[in-house]
Design a protein around this ligand. Structure first.
Ligand code: FAD
Length: 400
C-alpha cells in the first residue's frame, strides 16, 4: 500500500481546493439561504466553469469524457470536493448520477448510451434510482412489490417507491422491479430505464427530512408507477440481473461517500477548533481551555485520520483486487465512516451551543442532510453483520 499523493494528482487537488473555496462555497451559501431552485443559474455556471477547466467526471475514464483517475485517486479528490455538499455536484460526480453512469457504461446498450448516458455525462440532465418501497424493509432488498410485466414489445410497470434521491427534476429513473417472480430471490428483479415524463409515472411529493423537503437535486421523493409503459429495450443488463448490477454499483460509490464524509468532517472540525479558541466562557477562559473541548478535538482528530486511512485502504483494495474481493473492507468503512462523521458534526454542534443548532452556521445543514448516512446504501447493522460473518467464517461456521 502506498498512500502518498501521486505527483500527477497533486496539481489537480490544488486546483480543486481553489475551485471549492472560490467557486463552490459562494453558491453553497446561496443554496443554503434561498434553496436549490433559486440558485439554478449560478449552479449551471459553476458546472460550466468546472468543465471548462477540465474538472469534470473525475470518477470516469478519459474515453468517457472523465479524468481517468483510479478509485484511490478519486477518493482523494472526493475528500477535497466533500468539504461542500455541492462539491461533487459541481464536477458531475454526484450521487445518484455517478452510480447510474457506471451502470449504463458497464451494462447499457449502444442505444441506451445515446438516449440516457450521453446527456448525463454532459450534465444536461439528471437521473434517480428507485429501489426502496415504503411497504417493505429496504434492508431486505429482495422483498419488493413493484412488478414489470411484458406486453408485446413493452414493459408495463406498477409500483410504489420512496426516498428516490434527486427525482425532483430528473429526466429518468432506473427502477428496480420484479420481472421474474418465480426466480431465485436474487434473480427476480431487474433494472428498467424509465423517462420521468412517461404517462403513469408520478412524483407524489418530496419527503420532508428533518423539517426540510428540499428541492431539485437535494431532495428525496415518493413515486407512484401506475401502468407505466416503456419499450422492451429499456431493460438494463438482462432480466433478473438487477441485484448483480446493484452490487457492482455500490463499491466505488461507497468510497465516494466515505471520502466525501471525511471532507465534511474536516470542515466541521475547522468550525469546532475555531470556535474553541474564540468563544470566551469568562474574560480569561476560552472553550478550548476546558479539558472536555480539548478531548473533543483530540478524539475527532484521531477518528478522522484513522478513518481516512481505512477508506483509502478499501479504495486501494478495489483498484488491486476488484469490488467483490474488497467486500469486507467496503462494508467496514461504510458503517465506520458514517459514525465518525455524525460524531464529529455532533461535537462541533455541541461546541457551538445554541448557535450550533441554528442555521447561522453550516453545521445543522450538514447534520440534516447527513443523518441518513447511517441508513442509506445499507444501514449500519447490515454492514456490521456482513463484516462479522466474514470474519467469523474464518474461525468456523456461522448460522445465516
Ligand atoms: C437520505 C436517504 C437517501 C436515500 N436514497 C435512496 C435512493 O436514491 N434510492 C432508493 O431506492 N433508496 C434510497 N434510500 C433508502 C435506503 O436505501 C433505505 O432507507 C435503506 O435501505 C433502509 O431501508 P428502510 O428505510 O426500509 O429501513 P428498514 O429496512 O425498515 O430498517 C430499519 C432499521 O432496522 C435496522 N435493521 C435493518 N436490517 C437489520 C438487520 N438485518 N439486523 C439488525 N438491524 C437491522 C436498521 O437500524 C435500520 O435502520 C435513501 C434513504 C435515505 C435516508
Amino acid at each position: 500500500m502506498d498512500f502518498a499523493i501521486p505527483d500527477t494528482l497533486a496539481p489537480t487537488l490544488d486546483a480543486l481546493r481553489r475551485f471549492v473555496d472560490q467557486r463552490v462555497m459562494p453558491v453553497e451559501q446561496q443554496v443554503r439561504a434561498e434553496g436549490f431552485a433559486a440558485a439554478e443559474a449560478e449552479l449551471r455556471e459553476m458546472r460550466e466553469q468546472a468543465r471548462a477547466e477540465g474538472l469534470w467526471l473525475p470518477q470516469l475514464p478519459k474515453d468517457e469524457g472523465g479524468m481517468g483517475l483510479s478509485v484511490l485517486e478519486h477518493g482523494l479528490v472526493s475528500e477535497v470536493l466533500g468539504r461542500s455538499l455541492l462539491g461533487h455536484y459541481a464536477l458531475n460526480c454526484q450521487a445518484p448520477d455517478a452510480g447510474n453512469m457506471e451502470l449504463l457504461i458497464e451494462f447499457g446498450t449502444e442505444a441506451q448510451h445515446e438516449q440516457f448516458l450521453r446527456p448525463l455525462l454532459e450534465g444536461r440532465v439528471r437521473s434517480c434510482f428507485a429501489m426502496t418501497e415504503p411497504e417493505h424493509a429496504g434492508s431486505n432488498p429482495v422483498w419488493m412489490s413493484t412488478r414489470a410485466r411484458r406486453d408485446g414489445d413493452q414493459w408495463v410497470i406498477d409500483g410504489h417507491k420512496w426516498f428516490c434521491s434527486s427525482a425532483d427534476g430528473a429526466a429518468f429513473a432506473i427502477v428496480m422491479a420484479v420481472t421474474e417472480p418465480d426466480g431465485a430471490p436474487h434473480e427476480r428483479a431487474s433494472m428498467i430505464l424509465v423517462p420521468t415524463d412517461t404517462p403513469g409515472f408520478t412524483r407524489v411529493r418530496n419527503i420532508s427530512v428533518m423539517g426540510d423537503e428540499g428541492e431539485g437535486w437535494m431532495s428525496h421523493s415518493e413515486l407512484r408507477l401506475e401502468g407505466v409503459r416503456v419499450p422492451a429495450e429499456n431493460l438494463l443488463g438482462g432480466s433478473g440481473r438487477g441485484f448483480a448490477l446493484a452490487q457492482a454499483r455500490l463499491g466505488p460509490g461507497r468510497i465516494h461517500h466515505c471520502m466525501r464524509w471525511i471532507g465534511l468532517c474536516e470542515r466541521a472540525f475547522d468550525e469546532m477548533a475555531t470556535r474553541a479558541v474564540t468563544r470566551k466562557l469568562s474574560p480569561d477562559q476560552r472553550l478550548g481551555d476546558t479539558q472536555t473541548v480539548q478531548h473533543w478535538i483530540a478524539e475527532s482528530r484521531a477518528e478522522i485520520d484513522a478513518t481516512r486511512l481505512l477508506v483509502l485502504n478499501a479504495a486501494w483494495q478495489i483498484d488491486e483486487v476488484g469490488v467483490k474481493a474488497a467486500r469486507e473492507a467496503i462494508s467496514l468503512i461504510k458503517f465506520h465512516a458514517a459514525g465518525v462523521l455524525l460524531r464529529v458534526v455532533d461535537r462541533a454542534i455541541q461546541c457551538h451551543g445554541a448557535l450550533g443548532v441554528s442555521d447561522d452556521t453550516v453545521l445543522s445543514w450538514i447534520y440534516r442532510h447527513e443523518r441518513g448516512a447511517r441508513i442509506y446504501d445499507g444501514p449500519d447493522e447490515v454492514h456490521k453483520t456482513v463484516v462479522a460473518r466474514r470474519i467469523l467464517r474464518r474461525y468456523g461456521t456461522v448460522k445465516r
